[in-house]
Design a protein around this ligand. Structure first.
Ligand SMILES: [Zn+2]
Length: 491
């Protein structure tokens, strides 16, 4: 009896200690959000909206087939910028790369400091054939009605180009000069990979020995109801992009008549290889940008969630299980597998001699192409199947603890006081990757509030933005340029 009592006492003491430590951890979690200093920037709304509305009317469309580009229209857009932003064009240097991508350089007071780069693109995706009539307003009308600006590019990404130029024109009109040099870099072919735009801009600047303190591109935005336990809207800033690769699984062998099939056929082997991959999945791990996201969100959560996230060393498996339940959060913690194409067979009574499948993979930072290929081969464990893998690995991971990141946070909070600004992992690609080689850190953030409907509209039908969001974007870039004055060298 006595012994049992003693054991119970020891267990009780351990449990109590556990409770004290874990509850303490939850209370010790401190907010990573800077105090907002409410913005006082005044924008002439009517004029700014008129310029944005006109910007939308230029059909600067990117096509996979470059010969389809309507280049005179791109020239007209550039001429429109020159006419609309006189101070920018008087006081900044403008350089054209490959004729259509633009670099504006604003000399600061101290050019020995690392410059800052803001980038976006003015090409837009085409309106999908057959969907023209589904638009409530013509996609290139730039119509403004009931506080909404309509058209291609209102979100992706003329909003970036125009709100940056609005911010600079505004600051120039106040006689403002930035501390360090600033570069505004606008690509003309982002939607087809940026090979003649952003990539060449970055190469050109690299040759000149330029290293940016940070570069900011489009990417994350302000969203609501993204994470359970966080009631405020969250502005997510991409600190890395997942890699994208294509795996081709193929098998060749004897076909034959379907009346006397072998027990294992080409279709069956490819199908079971895919089934095996889906059942196994890549190893998941809450690390890197996904972990950073929750580090920034945890302090803003309800106590229960805060308790769990503050004690990740115990609850990591629980957290990961929650994240694995939703595709959007599962993609945060593992390399994903998406079989997208299957080729086999032509005739109903003939066994195909070949079968192949394409799997689209999105790679976690740190997972190399080689490791991914090895994992696929080991998992499917079928020597007859050839695995070919092509693609790119994830980008570097930029720091969510740098002064640059804090500067972006501060600027965003000054405009959107209630919004929590946190780092995250982007699943889609952007021009930002081209700037990695010329920048200490690259961030991806469009300073507007978007809904899941907006996400659908971005490359789809009825792309639009509210006037309020647009004005806030201008204020954000103005705040960002001013806040950058206080940036010192990265720690
Ligand atoms: Zn874009």
């Amino acid at each position: 009896m006595k012994k049992i009592k003693k054991v119970a006492l020891i267990f009780g003491a351990i449990f109590l200690l556990f409770l004290i430590v874990t509850v303490y951890n939850a209370f010790a979690v401190k907010s990573k959000q800077p105090e907002p200093v409410t913005t006082t920037i005044q924008i002439n709304e009517e004029e700014a909206v008129a310029r944005f509305s006109e910007a939308i009317t230029y059909q600067t469309i990117s096509y996979q087939d470059r010969t389809k580009f309507d280049l005179p229209e791109f020239d007209r857009f550039i001429a429109f910028l020159e006419g609309s932003y006189p101070l920018v064009h008087e006081q900044l240097e403008l350089e054209k790369i490959n004729g259509y991508s633009l670099i504006y350089k604003w000399s600061g007071k101290d050019s020995s400091k690392n410059p800052i780069g803001l980038t976006s693109h003015y090409d837009v995706v085409p309106v999908l054939e057959g969907t023209e009539d589904n638009w409530e307003q013509d996609p290139f009308s730039g119509i403004v009605a009931d506080g909404i600006i309509w058209g291609r590019g209102t979100l992706d990404d003329k909003i970036g180009v125009i709100s940056i130029l609005e911010a600079v024109e505004h600051l120039l009109s106040q006689g403002y000069t930035p501390e360090q040099d600033m570069y505004f870099m606008f690509g003309h072919d982002e939607e087809i990979g940026g090979d003649e735009g952003a990539r060449v801009i970055a190469e050109t600047l690299k040759e000149r020995g330029i290293t940016f303190e940070f570069v900011m591109d489009e990417g994350g935005a302000i969203v609501e109801n993204m994470v359970p336990g966080v009631s405020q809207p969250v502005g997510v800033v991409g600190i890395s992009e997942k890699g994208s690769a294509t795996a081709e699984l193929s098998i060749e062998g004897s076909g034959g008549h379907s009346s006397q099939p072998k027990s294992s056929t080409n279709i069956g082997r490819i199908a079971s290889a895919i089934a095996e991959l889906e059942a196994t999945q890549f190893k998941h791990d809450l690390k890197g940008p996904g972990k950073d996201l929750f580090e920034f969100l945890a302090p803003e959560m309800s106590f229960g969630m805060k308790y769990i996230f503050a004690n990740q060393f115990i609850f990591e498996p629980v957290i990961e299980n929650i994240l694995l339940k939703q595709p959007a959060t599962a993609a945060l913690i593992r390399t994903t597998i998406a079989p997208t194409i299957f080729h086999a067979g032509e005739q109903y009574n003939a066994l195909p001699e070949k079968a192949s499948a394409i799997i689209n993979l999105r790679l976690m930072p740190g997972d190399s192409l080689e490791e991914v290929k090895e994992f696929i081969e080991e998992t499917i464990d079928d020597e007859a199947i050839t695995v070919k893998l092509d693609g790119s690995e994830a980008t570097n991971v930029s720091s969510p603890h740098s002064k640059s990141f804090q500067t972006i946070q501060q600027a965003a909070r000054n405009v959107y006081e209630e919004v929590v600004i946190a780092p995250y992992l982007m699943f889609a690609g952007s021009d930002a990757k081209h700037y990695e080689s010329v920048s200490m850190n690259t961030y991806r953030f469009l300073p507007v509030q978007i809904t899941s409907d907006d996400l659908q509209r971005m490359h789809g039908t009825n792309e639009q933005i509210s006037v309020e969001n647009y004005i806030n974007a201008i204020k954000f870039f103005t705040e960002l340029i001013m806040a950058s004055d206080k940036l010192e060298a990265t720690d």
